[in-house]
Design a protein around this ligand. Structure first.
Ligand code: NAP
Length: 472
């Protein structure tokens, strides 16, 4: 029942443990180690000690460890799904899908481990550069600190641990306090897969205590953080010369142009809005629909929303389960209420049953309302009417965030115009902004972050380029 810290290949007891409860029914799941500053220092020291071992490990061996991990995860798919469903209240089918994606992410990491390379540079392109053979190498940075959120506790850990190992780095992993079980299980599997002691260390505990030690320690070379903008920006401000990758939040939007076949996009858009109770960084939060189709779209969207099944995360039939904490359920309902008081129409949902917030559809929402301009991170979507794609683009861009956006249109010129104008890290034409597969470059602009994940791109962030010039 007690879950310890992983430091230098040993499961180490610490002074304090805190209970971990299910967000769905408050059942006690485990007692989790609560690291103190000394534990974090020990974890960094272990990662630093293992640094030369990983840096010298040949690519084929790093790839083999990741391939073995893929095998072990596949064998333990059911257990991973169960842990995810329990600690995050992630509905069974959604949890299963996350496990499948996690396996894919480590597969990509294993493949990328084999093809990390530099390039040759024609220095004679500049006068004085003649007579040299010059090339670059990509070297591992060393110790990577990975801080991860609760909403994809396996796959977002994979997006940090996978590329770090692929590149020959060592890792200190700080999982979200609500979802440590899958990270602990992953570390056990990595040990079984043959990862050397100290190459992965897991420190559970307070975000600020662990985070502060990680950000202040010069032995840590890269901080890779996924989580809320407030915490991420705070880390960046303290990072000094460390490289920092930030994958932060958003209030992702979709544009629906006139002429689109509404029936064909309703199931996808409803899933985009309510999957994992909207607790997805690219969850569909704002929809701007052309006035010609607004009535039909809203009517069909609302009807489909009302068919969603609420309930236990362990029931394979459940579409929407609890949000992560009572505080978040209260916040969601209060934001809906504020929107209602400012003139929005609550066309579906609006209430809560314990920690389950009903899938909620709001119409006619003022852009200044929190449900529009902040990240809701709950099963709430707004649908507003626009007169043109141009007007919709202006609404989408009127945001602190810029992660991904989507546009459904049959007009290639409007699609390309939107792709150019939308201020986001990725534009999905004829799909929802929630689309992601794990090798694509993924990340945001504005307060949605800096840097890119997707294995190849994360490896670039976790390696240093070294130039070597040989004078003939
Ligand atoms: P969060 O509260 O910011 O927590 C994220 C991680 O940071 C957790 O491990 C947390 O630890 C830790 N933390 C908290 N305070 C810290 C501090 N002062 N210094 C260092 N670390 C600290 O975010 P969350 O609620 O778990 O996740 C939801 C957020 O993540 C949303 O904003 C969502 O959009 C964003 N997200 C972004 C992406 C993306 O790829 N762009 C993907 C998924 C989620 P504790 O749990 O112990 O507090």
């Amino acid at each position: 029942m007690k879950k310890h810290l992983l430091i230098d290949g040993q499961w180490k007891e610490t002074k304090e443990y805190r209970p971990l409860y299910s967000p769905y029914n408050n059942e006690l799941l485990a007692e989790i180690a609560y690291a103190d500053a000394q534990d974090v220092d020990d974890a960094i020291a272990a990662a630093e000690k293992a640094r030369p071992v990983m840096a010298k490990m040949p690519a084929h061996q790093r790839a083999s460890i990741l391939e073995k991990l893929v095998e072990l995860l596949t064998k333990n798919e059911e257990e991973c799904t169960r842990l995810l469903a329990l600690e995050a209240a992630k509905p069974w089918t959604t949890a299963k899908a996350e496990v499948a994606r996690t396996i894919m992410t480590y597969k990509f990491a294993a493949e990328e481990a084999r093809r990390i390379h530099g390039e040759t540079i024609p220095l004679d392109a500049a006068p004085g550069g003649e007579g040299r053979i010059t090339f670059t190498l990509r070297e591992p940075v060393g110790v990577v600190a990975a801080i991860t959120p609760f909403n994809f506790p396996m796959n977002l850990v994979a997006h940090k641990v996978g590329p770090a190992i692929a590149a020959g780095n060592t890792v200190v992993l700080k999982p979200a306090s609500q979802t440590p079980l899958t990270s602990i299980f992953l570390a056990e599997l990595l040990q079984e897969a043959g990862l050397p002691d100290g190459a992965i260390n897991v420190v559970t505990g307070s975000g600020s205590v662990v985070g502060d030690r990680l950000i202040q320690d010069d032995r840590v070379k890269v901080i890779t953080f996924t989580g809320s903008p407030a915490v991420g920006i705070g880390l960046r401000n303290k990072a000094g010369l460390k490289k920092v990758t930030l994958e932060l939040g958003s209030n992702s939007a979709l544009i629906v142009d006139k002429g689109v076949d509404i029936d064909s996009i309703i199931p996808r858009t409803v899933t985009g809005a309510f999957s994992f109770a909207g607790q997805v960084c690219i969850s569909l939060q704002r929809v701007y629909v052309h006035e010609d189709l607004y009535g039909e779209f809203t009517e069909k969207f609302i009807a489909q929303t009302k068919t969603l099944k609420l309930g236990s995360p362990l029931d394979p039939e459940t579409d929407v389960s609890a949000v992560i904490s009572p505080k978040d359920a209260e916040r969601a309902v209060s934001w809906i209420e504020e929107a209602r008081q400012s003139g929005a129409v609550v066309a579906a949902g609006g209430g809560r049953d314990g920690n389950i917030v009903e899938p909620t559809v709001l119409l006619n929402v003022d852009p200044k309302q929190k449900v529009s301009c902040q990240e809701v991170f709950a099963p709430i979507v707004l649908i507003n009417k626009v007169a043109s794609v141009e007007e919709a683009i202006a609404y989408v861009n009127d945001s602190r965030y810029g992660l991904q956006a989507g546009i459904y249109t049959n007009d290639i010129f409007k699609a390309l115009h939107a792709a150019e104008e939308l201020e986001v890290g990725g534009v999905m034409i004829n799909d929802i902004p929630t689309f992601r597969v794990d090798h694509m470059p993924y990340g945001g602009v504005k307060e949605s972050g800096i840097g890119r994940e997707g294995l190849k791109y994360a490896i670039e962030e976790m390696t240093e380029m070294k130039l070597i010039s040989i004078k003939k």
